[in-house]
Design a protein around this ligand. Structure first.
Ligand SMILES: Cc1ncc(COP(=O)(O)O)c(C=O)c1O
Length: 399
């Protein structure tokens, strides 16, 4: 035995779970299988060919022709940081629309890049109000960029990215869009909506493992990076340096050791999206949300977000009176292997966040979740209409 190695040291085998929280979501077995393939060198010609393929698949998922479309080797937060570190210089004015946790992180990123953030606030649980953005930009004509979260995972809200980008463009501002929870789950049209910089995460609607951040930068964004007077404060996320590794045509040079097997996984996840069809994937997320909604409402629970602003892949649902939040989530996990998310901020203890993302967004899984939730709530003495949820969800699925 090696010196210092504890006698009980052994391999880790995670329990089987069904992931219905705010992410990560269930991973498609084909993705896990792809990740177990042999590691090759990150400048191996075979791997470089896969990288080109991966970029093409990512462009299709983002609906963009942007050459600078790539997976960053770090989670969604790195995509966020890459946008602000590259596009914001000291003194730049950025309007951040905030209606949940992640807008707050955007503001923090603006300030850490030396920029000046103006926050346009909307209540948690409501979409970003385009009229407020318009008024703010009219009052602040020297704004360089507008940033907002398309799909706020902290509150289950989908904002109108097309309208917000239209307003920003009209005022000559760059747009930075967080699409961590929308890519692959809700309509997202990077080119048609004129988005300049967008980032996402591998672990939500793409049925992939966590740890990568697909991102895309348009020509206006790249021009603004080229015109910088100062170097971005992050070496790792400097787009000019990353381009040397990811650019097609350019002679690829070492920047960092790419997470080879994780990229096999993302490649496979994007092949799955292409096989299904992007619009079919959007539709699947919407249909399974409708089934969940029918079941939840039949049980007597309610949705918090107004219908027109709901994010299908993340559902904010009220906890019935008298039910202890942590006890219910604990029972779901221990007795059914099911994870759902807690509410955040002022909503903690009052709501659950039920995610139906990627491989977790399937009709059979919705029924299993509803049936387990019903069992747990009944065991905790909640006054719910027992037996109604699964039938209602089934009926909604076949409608
Ligand atoms: C909307 C949104 N933005 C950013 C992030 C950060 O992504 P990550 O946790 O992969 O760093 C998340 C993660 O849940 C998110 O939901």
């Amino acid at each position: 035995m090696l010196c210092g190695m504890a006698a009980q040291t052994r391999s880790f085998h995670p329990p089987e779970r069904s992931l219905f929280g705010p992410g990560p979501s269930d991973v498609d077995p084909r993705v896990l299988e792809a990740m177990a393939r042999p590691t090759v060198g990150h400048l191996d010609p075979a791997f470089v060919g896969m990288m080109d393929d991966l970029k093409r698949l990512l462009r299709a998922a983002f609906r963009t022709e942007n050459a600078m479309t790539l997976p960053l080797s770090a989670p969604g937060s790195a995509g966020m940081e890459a946008c602000f570190a590259n596009l914001v210089e000291p003194g730049d004015r950025v309007v951040v629309c905030q209606n949940g946790v992640f807008g707050g992180r955007m503001k923090e990123n603006v300030e850490r890049a030396g920029g000046v953030a103006t926050v346009v606030e909307d209540p948690w649980g409501r979409a970003v109000d385009p009229a407020k953005l318009e008024a703010t930009l009219a009052a602040q004509p020297d704004t360089k960029a507008v940033a907002f979260v398309h799909a706020e995972t902290s509150t289950g809200v989908l904002s109108d990215a097309e309208a917000l980008c239209g307003i920003a463009r009209e005022k000559g501002c760059l747009t930075i869009v967080d699409a961590v929870t929308s890519l692959g789950g809700s309509p997202l049209e990077v080119d048609a909506w004129g988005i300049d910089a967008v980032y996402s995460g591998s672990q939500k609607c793409l049925s992939c493992t966590p740890g990568l951040s697909p991102a895309s930068f348009g020509e206006r964004a790249l021009a603004s990076v080229r015109e910088r007077k100062t170097k971005p404060h992050s070496w790792f996320l400097d787009l000019n340096l990353l381009a040397g590794y990811w650019d097609e045509g350019a002679k690829r040079s070492y920047h960092h050791t790419a997470p080879v097997n994780a990229l096999y996984g993302l490649h496979e996840a994007l092949v799955l999206v292409a096989e299904e069809g992007l619009e079919n994937a959007w539709n699947r997320h919407r249909c399974n949300h409708e089934a969940l909604r029918a079941g939840i409402e039949a049980m007597g629970l309610a949705f918090v977000v107004p219908e027109a602003e709901r994010l299908p892949q993340l559902n904010l649902v009220t906890i019935p009176d008298g039910v202890d939040d942590a006890a219910a989530r604990g029972m779901l996990l221990a007795e059914h292997g099911i994870e759902i998310g807690a509410g955040l901020g002022a909503l903690a203890g009052k709501v659950w966040r039920i995610g139906l993302m990627g491989h977790s967004s399937r009709a059979d899984k919705v029924l299993r979740l509803l049936s387990a939730l019903e069992t747990v709530l009944a065991a905790l003495g909640a006054r719910i209409d027992r037996g109604a949820a699964v039938d209602a969800a089934r009926a909604a699925s076949s409608a």
